[in-house]
Design a protein around this ligand. Structure first.
Ligand SMILES: Cc1cc2nc3c(=O)[nH]c(=O)nc-3n(C[C@H](O)[C@H](O)[C@H](O)COP(=O)(O)O)c2cc1C
Length: 576
């Protein structure tokens, strides 16, 4: 049956039913949905999401307001908000077929880091989404804006660390409000009616952001870029249009041919330039006058992990003193790496900000969102050139930790369970997790928990045996999740329990996966009497180009009273 026939047939059935039982459909005239009464608290929100084609009914004349939102629905809604962009990168999931209504949305959401894929190659479209997950996903969609942490919710400690910033943002911007008695209920489900209200709030915020966005026509913002094959140009165009900024292309005096760009040929032009870091390819035209600009977004392709030499030339030959510099790049797979720091070293009198990497085929919506999330100041006057020491860009720390919860029940613990946990406000935390939280708060850091693809057993004896087996086999247990924007962190605290006188093998997987060259690593652990047993030295061996700082290990017998020691240790590191 084609779609038209289906609709007509549904309409006929509806007309028949209407004639038979008129009262059952009393609300249709008002909201268009038989199950949404005109005076329902969510009627306006349902009408809003329907009118704006963000959510539709679940069947003819039915909205199903009490049904819980699942991942498929959420992906579809956000995809519609983003104008259904074409999905150029091929992402498939074992549980999504091309005919599924949310197939493109799921691929888009994962490609653009709005949603995390499910386990084992699945998307998990049928899984419901909790309130804190929704906050986290909307926050990622919004470009991870920062927000002041306001008054704590009564159940603040129940909010997972990964969602803390997102919940702060959702509350501060009235996207998701608290429930009665100042409870957030992070693990509670969200119904379609509630989702409609949240989406209406979110769209109101987006509108406000665009209206208040510091976009002006006075062209204090410049997007300068170099692009050899067009990827960075595409991104630069979108950034400039979004910010109503001026655009300047760094054009080489001698254009790069495809032979020149053949980096696999050792005698190609790019190889010759790469092998001579002092070489500065000439830029066509006069030196660009930058005196009218406060903020310059500088775009380039990543070549061997860095900006091309011609971009170094631009930075060195321009007067960037006192200007805010925001690097962005496109690449096949590398991150921004140290390219931002290298540029900063070439022009230290500018105020260099953290940059952003895009894939060569990034969606326009992602770029637009990043540009808006920068919240660049409007109508600013040109700052006088700094004659004092330049401000260094904000340092960012991350706490990464692994721990294996043996129980979540604060009552009736076995002795083994009690030794590996600490109970705070009736919530069970792992010893290493507890340390991680204190470090996060003291260092004002982000936090990331390493999660195994295959969950470890919770039974103590089975876990201990499995850990020994993994060590015997020198195993590399797979990690399910990855650190978002890991390249942007300077200092990474890495925490783990000691298992059989070593780090759990999953930490070896972790260090195999990330190259922390140039970053500072700070180990911390909890142990049952052995101390660190040489694990910092092992990390040093696995990450030879990272800078190691002295770590802290705490016995599980002392963890209950260790808060002050941990805080003092972190504060001591800050002074080094
Ligand atoms: C000489 C050269 C070196 C490259 N090195 C890297 C690299 O280290 N890592 C990476 O992910 N991509 C690398 N790429 C790919 C480019 O970063 C990527 O295709 C980029 O989007 C090109 O941008 P453009 O079209 O603006 O020139 C390299 C490309 C060239 C030509």
């Amino acid at each position: 049956m084609n779609k038209l026939k289906q609709r007509i047939s549904a309409l006929l059935v509806a007309i028949m039913l209407l004639t038979m039982v008129p009262t059952a459909f009393a609300a249709i005239d008002d909201t268009g949905f038989s199950d949404v009464a005109a005076n329902a608290w969510y009627a306006a929100a349902v009408s809003y999401v329907q009118t704006n084609s963000l959510m539709s009914g679940t069947a003819f004349a039915t909205f199903s307001p009490d049904t819980n939102i699942d991942r498929a629905m959420l992906a579809a809604i956000l995809y519609r908000i983003s104008d259904n962009p074409a999905v150029s990168e091929t992402v498939t999931f074992a549980d999504v077929t091309a005919d599924d209504y949310y197939a493109a949305a799921a691929a888009w959401a994962v490609t653009n880091d709005v949603m995390t894929p499910g386990e084992n190659g699945f998307f998990g479209g049928n899984e419901s989404v909790s309130r804190q997950e929704i906050a986290h996903i909307l926050w990622r969609h919004a470009g991870r804006p920062s927000a002041e942490a306001s008054v704590d919710f009564a159940d603040e400690t129940m909010i997972a660390p990964y969602a803390a910033a997102a919940v702060d943002w959702a509350r501060a911007n009235e996207v998701i409000n608290g429930k009665e008695n100042n409870y957030f209920d992070p693990n509670g489900n969200v119904t379609r009616a509630q989702m409609a209200a949240i989406i209406q709030n979110y769209m109101t915020l987006r509108q406000k952001t665009i209206e208040q966005s510091p976009i002006t026509d006075d062209n204090r913002i410049l997007v300068a870029y170099f692009s050899a094959t067009g990827n960075t140009k595409t991104v630069a165009d979108i950034v400039a249009t979004t910010l109503k900024a001026d655009l300047y292309e760094i054009v080489p005096e001698t254009a790069y041919t495809s032979d020149d760009l053949n980096w696999t040929n050792p005698s190609s032009r790019v190889n010759a330039e790469h092998n001579d870091p002092s070489f500065r390819p000439a830029i066509a035209g006069d030196t660009k006058d930058l005196s009218n600009y406060d903020t310059i977004l500088l775009g380039y392709p990543i070549w061997w992990g860095e900006a091309p030499n011609i971009v170094w030339n631009f930075v060195e030959s321009s007067d960037l003193a006192g200007k805010t510099m925001i690097p962005f790049c496109t690449s096949s797979s590398s991150g921004l790496g140290s390219s931002g720091e290298t540029l900063q070293a070439l022009s230290p009198n500018a105020d260099w900000q953290n940059g952003q990497r895009f894939s060569g085929s990034v969606e326009a919506a992602t770029v637009r969102q990043w540009a808006l999330s920068l919240n660049l100041p409007s109508n600013t006057t040109v700052q006088p050139a700094l004659d004092t020491t330049p401000t260094t860009p904000e340092k960012r720390s991350l706490v990464v930790y692994f721990f294996m919860p043996e129980t979540a029940d604060p009552n009736n613990m076995t002795q083994d369970e009690a030794q590996s946990t600490i109970v705070i406000d009736n919530e069970v935390l792992g010893n290493t997790q507890y340390m991680a939280y204190i470090i996060q708060q003291t260092a004002d850091a982000d936090i990331f928990r390493i999660e195994p693809e295959t969950p470890y057993p919770t039974d103590h004896r089975t876990l201990v045996d499995l850990a020994a087996d993994e060590q015997d086999k020198n195993a590399r247990p797979a990690i399910k999740n990855s650190i978002p924007n890991w390249e942007t962190y300077d200092t990474i605290f890495v925490g783990y329990p000691i298992w059989w006188s070593d780090m759990p093998m999953i930490l070896y997987t972790f260090f195999d996966q990330y190259d922390f060259s140039g970053k500072t690593l700070v180990p911390f652990s909890t142990h049952g009497g052995s101390g660190f047993v040489g694990t910092p030295t092992t990390i040093e061996r696995l990450e030879p180009n990272a800078k190691m700082q002295n770590g802290l290990t705490i016995s599980r017998d002392r963890i209950q009273d260790a808060e002050k020691d941990i805080i003092d240790w972190v504060n001591g590191l800050k002074q080094n």
